[in-house]
Design a protein around this ligand. Structure first.
Ligand SMILES: [Zn+2]
Length: 164
């Protein structure tokens, strides 16, 4: 099997998982306090025509005081940053999601040729949330079975009392 339809599980369509993102940028890790130095070097694992897979570095640099520029393969994304006051007179840095313009801590790249976006824009869920969903489904199924069993018992009792 395979394909999109196979990811259906008793009526729910699975959303892509946060854990499946190719690259996650964390604004709190990336920009430290008021100095806001870019601290992380990211690597992206990409397929190549000659070899199986290769690590490609992802270049993140600051541009002025309010933007970072992310470069990977032949792509460039310019992301606006914003701050909120933090303890000790420092600031906390956030990304402005390029897709919805909301403030967000993390940006996700689902595919090397895709666009950075927040969790909401990419419709991402955490693995734990999906597991919880599955438990709910299972509980619902058990409940339905129990109801069917009760109906069956009642019907059996009715039939046997009719016969008597
Ligand atoms: Zn967004």
């Amino acid at each position: 099997m395979g394909g999109y339809g196979s990811s259906r599980w008793s009526g729910y369509i699975k959303k892509p998982l946060v854990e499946q993102a190719e690259l996650v940028l964390d604004s709190h890790q990336l920009m430290q306090d008021t100095v806001c130095t870019v601290r992380l070097t990211h690597l992206l694992l990409v397929p190549t025509p000659d070899g199986p897979w290769r690590f490609q570095s992802v270049n993140v640099r600051r541009e002025g005081t309010r933007h970072v520029v992310v470069q990977w393969l032949s792509h460039t994304a310019r992301v606006a940053m914003q701050t909120t006051p933090a303890l000790g007179g420092t600031v906390r840095w956030w990304f402005t999601c390029p897709l919805c313009q909301r403030r967000c801590r993390k940006l996700y790249l689902l595919h090397v040729d895709a666009t950075f976006g927040c969790r909401r824009c990419h419709n991402l869920v955490y693995r734990s949330a999906q597991t919880a969903h599955r438990h709910l489904d299972a509980a619902h199924y058990v409940e339905q079975l129990q109801r069917a069993l009760t109906r069956l018992r009642r019907e059996t009792a009715r039939l046997s009392s009719n016969r008597a």
